[in-house]
Design a protein around this ligand. Structure first.
Ligand SMILES: Nc1nc2c(c(=O)[nH]1)N[C@H]1C(S)=C(S)[C@@H](COP(=O)(O)OP(=O)(O)OC[C@H]3O[C@@H](n4cnc5c(=O)[nH]c(N)nc54)[C@H](O)[C@@H]3O)O[C@H]1N2
Ligand SMILES: Nc1nc2c(c(=O)[nH]1)N[C@H]1C(S)=C(S)[C@@H](COP(=O)(O)OP(=O)(O)OC[C@H]3O[C@@H](n4cnc5c(=O)[nH]c(N)nc54)[C@H](O)[C@@H]3O)O[C@H]1N2
Ligand SMILES: [Mo]
Length: 749
């Protein structure tokens, strides 16, 4: 709507939900919550300051030393030279051509991991992949930082890919509400994290469901290092991070010891319990996994463990695991063991019972919706066909040609000469950033499309300024949400920014691959075309969506796709008829023992779930005695919008939650700026004393922009200067961000 003052208000969508935006001329001036959101949050309020921030990349920029002599030296410290678009595109196209002709396309790393922005067409990572495919392919990456480890292990257990499991098996909130009596939440369920969803979540419901759970008298148990990982009013069992498998084993032991195991379920629906049981009971290794055995490992009282096991067996119980549990060393084990525990309870496949993953991790999990496909820009074929597990990037760059294991395959790391990144911030998301900084010196050329001068952009050789979603039109839609948005171009591009599509179109033209990349279309021609396909798909499912022009006019609409019944297409039919609807596993059943995994011969992930302590956890604490967890930030998405948040007086360095007794032992006062350190690095943080974190654990959110390389102290507090860069195991090779030991001390010390 326009009013007399020239101010306009429209709605747009983002990963953190829809919001109203006021513009005046070429500026965003204010934002307001979207009216239909029952639980909006204030992330959008920082958008105006971030979009017009001084840290926007104004013009195409090439690092001075690279421009002059193509030297790799100076990444992260040297100045950039601004160039006109044509010149910069000529240089970049020539360089990509040189690399692919000299070294082949397997010398190009284009995994380009990252969340980019919401909006179906201008999804930067998809654009980068389509471009690199048109150019002859690239080395890709498997899985996500979010769930890479689960994506590798869980198909062995359930037979389907993990993402499909999340959305096709897991019960919706209404089913849990109507049926579950007990919710046992490993790592909690945090409404703060469900503010966010890939592509946007419009109605934030998680907090509301917990109010209903409490009103109904459900027993809600939060198991993990922070009380605040679950809404208020939940019981809290503050176990050590990384010890969940030990606790689950002890719960399983009690079931078996007290005759509470559902053996009929195990016989009918699972395979391999007889191979697991001797381990559980200690017959194979001399160590029965009793509550007394687990007590010192997870620091939970044996009586509490026994009581919880009996209660879980007596009531309809849903076990949930945060994704964080598999972002730690041996993250495969709690995920696999949770299936064994739920199987022993015998409730898998019943409504509101069994096991589920990532409720609360992102807003869409638990929303029962009818799936609607479409609105995806085709990415073409990747002729290279090589990939690395996503979190193994530093290993790859540091060790070209070296062999590594992944999920039964033995591969060699490719020799990467050129890295192209669009829509991600590896100097936010990767572990042990000082190590990544070293690895990052190896490629000949690094090209980054970015709206802002992030730590990654600053470490590139060529930086192309990209638009933000507020500067281009798009369609906002997520398969996990029941709203549809026309996202208008609210303001013109800031500085000389261009859409990723136009950047890649410009490169394609110069490389003679324009026809493959653009197919002769501009983005304004692609968007209505993809939308029309989506509309047709929806019509096929009996769902009417407006024409593109109508949607432009309406700005947004609610889709009638709430499913009445839960989306339980996998395990409910299996429970009903295990022979007729077997699981696509080798045994057709839930695999408690996996012959396939056993056949890999991995000591760090054997044929059934086992307790394997991480190399860094409280059970191994020495010189660095505190366990650092680095959860997702509540004030933003990852490192996005950080530039403007960091401007707020007193907001940086970021808060470090620490128990008052741990603080007192170090003479640290509340709000004091401290140094957090280990042998990998050091950063500043502001101590936040709280009894809501267990002793011995400190928590620091991700997302502060990484500052100085090398031995210096990172000023704003990026926890990834401290985290451990190892794979979860040879099976999953996921990221191990949550397994890290640190010490906290006075800043001047
Ligand atoms: N220690 C620790 N580390 C972690 C985690 C943890 O739990 N602990 N979690 C991990 C997880 S789960 C994840 S998913 C990752 C997230 O890591 P990332 O997804 O890499 O983080 P973002 O900050 O979202 O990075 C997106 C980047 O894309 C840019 N961008 C946005 N829109 C556009 C666009 O239209 N075009 C272009 N070219 N760029 C755009 C943004 O400015 C930003 O720099 O972090 C991981 N890192
Ligand atoms: N506001 C906001 N929400 C987000 C994001 C964001 O950046 N901002 N990012 C989104 C993304 S990409 C993802 S993948 C999800 C991630 O969702 P999750 O993986 O669920 O989230 P985390 O915040 O990493 O961790 C949740 C909690 O797990 C606990 N924890 C850590 N290690 C352990 C352990 O070993 N055992 C137990 N029991 N608990 C442990 C920590 O106390 C932590 O607070 O969040 C999404 N939601
Ligand atoms: Mo993630």
């Amino acid at each position: 709507m326009a009013d007399g003052s020239g101010r306009q208000t429209r709605v747009t969508s983002s990963h953190w939900g829809a919001f109203e935006v006021d513009t005046e001329g070429d500026r965003i001036v204010a934002t307001r919550p979207f009216a239909a959101d029952p639980d909006p949050h204030d992330v959008p309020s920082i958008v105006p300051a971030a979009v017009h921030h001084r840290s926007r990349v104004a013009r195409p920029s090439i690092r001075k030393g690279w421009l002059e002599t193509r030297t790799r030296e100076g990444r992260g410290s040297e100045d950039f030279v601004e160039l006109p678009w044509d010149e910069a595109l000529d240089i970049a196209a020539e360089e990509i051509d040189r690399i692919r002709k000299t070294h082949g396309n397997e010398a190009i790393f284009g995994g380009s991991y990252g969340w980019s922005s919401a909006g179906r067409f201008h999804h930067a990572q998809s654009q980068a992949h389509r471009f690199l495919n048109a150019a002859g392919g690239y080395v890709a990456s498997f899985g996500s930082y979010s769930t890479g480890c689960a994506q590798a292990i869980m198909p062995h257990v359930f037979g389907v890919n993990f993402i499909q499991f999340l959305y096709e098996h897991q019960d919706g909130w209404p089913t849990i509400h109507d049926n579950a009596e007990t919710l046992v939440m490993f790592g909690g369920i945090n409404p703060k994290n469900s503010q966010v969803s890939m592509g946007g979540v419009t109605e934030h419901e998680t907090a509301g469901w917990f109010e209903k759970f409490r009103a109904k008298g459900m027993r809600l148990v939060n198991i993990g290092p922070q009380r605040t990982d679950a809404p208020e009013g939940c019981e809290w069992l503050p176990i050590r991070p990384g010890s969940d498998t030990a606790l689950m084993l002890a719960l399983a032991y009690v079931l078996e010891e007290e005759g509470l195991t559902d053996h009929a379920f195990l016989d009918r629906y699972t395979s391999g319990f007889e191979r697991f049981r001797p381990y559980l009971m200690g017959e194979s290794d001399g160590t029965p996994k009793t509550p007394e055995w687990a007590a010192p490992l997870c620091e939970a009282d044996p009586g509490t463990i026994r009581e919880l096991a009996r209660h879980m067996a007596r009531t309809r119980t849903m076990i949930t695991l945060a994704w964080s549990l598999q972002r730690g060393e041996h993250g495969e084990q709690p995920y696999w063991m949770s299936v064994v525990l739920a199987s022993m309870l015998g409730q898998i496949g019943l409504p509101g019972a069994g096991v589920g993953y990532g409720y609360g991790a992102i807003g869409g999990v638990g929303k029962p919706l009818i799936g609607l496909n479409g609105m995806t820009l085709p990415q073409g074929e990747n002729p290279v066909g090589r990939f690395i597990p996503v979190a193994r990037i530093a290993d790859m760059l540091l060790n070209p040609g070296a062999a590594y294991d992944f999920n039964g395959r033995r591969e060699a790391y490719p020799d990467i000469r050129l890295v192209y990144w669009a829509g991600g911030n590896p100097f936010h998301h990767h572990q042990d950033l000082n190590r990544l900084h070293e690895a990052w010196q190896r490629p000949e050329t690094i090209i980054v499309n970015e709206p802002w001068w992030t730590a990654t952009a600053k470490r590139a050789d060529i930086v192309f300024p990209a638009t933000t979603p507020y500067e281009r039109q798009d369609i906002g839609r997520s398969p996990l949400d029941d709203y549809l948005f026309y996202m208008p171009a609210l303001i013109p591009p800031v500085g000389e920014a261009r859409d990723d599509y136009d950047i890649f179109a410009g490169l394609s033209e110069r490389m003679g691959i324009s026809e493959t990349f653009t197919e002769g279309r501009t983005s304004d021609e692609w968007i209505p075309l993809l939308y029309a396909q989506y509309r047709e798909n929806a019509a096929g499912k009996g769902i009417e969506v407006p024409t593109f022009e109508d949607l432009q006019e309406r700005n947004w609409m609610r889709l009638p796709i709430r499913a009445e019944a839960p989306n339980r297409t996998l395990l409910a039919p299996f429970r009903e008829d295990p022979e007729g609807a077997p699981l696509p596993t080798p045994s057709g059943k839930l695999e408690i023992f996996s012959e396939v995994i056993d056949g890999f011969g991995y000591a760090d992930c054997p044929g059934h779930p086992v307790w394997l302590p991480p190399q860094e956890w409280l059970g191994a604490a020495g010189e660095h005695p505190l366990h650092l967890v680095s959860p997702q930030p509540g004030d933003k998405l990852h490192s996005q919008l950080e530039c403007a948040l960091a401007d707020i007086e007193g907001a940086r360095p970021v808060a470090l939650a620490i128990h008052p007794e741990d603080a007192a032992a170090r003479g640290i006062a509340d709000r004091e700026v401290v140094k957090v350190f280990n042998s990998r690095g050091a950063c500043r943080a502001r101590a936040a004393l709280t009894g809501d974190i267990r002793r011995g654990v400190v928590a620091m959110p991700t997302g502060a922009w990484f500052g100085d390389p090398g031995g210096n102290i990172d000023p704003d507090g990026n926890p990834n200067v401290l985290t451990l860069d190892v794979g979860t195991s040879r099976l999953g090779q996921g990221c191990s961000a949550h397994s890290a030991l640190v010490e906290v001390g006075k800043l001047e010390a």
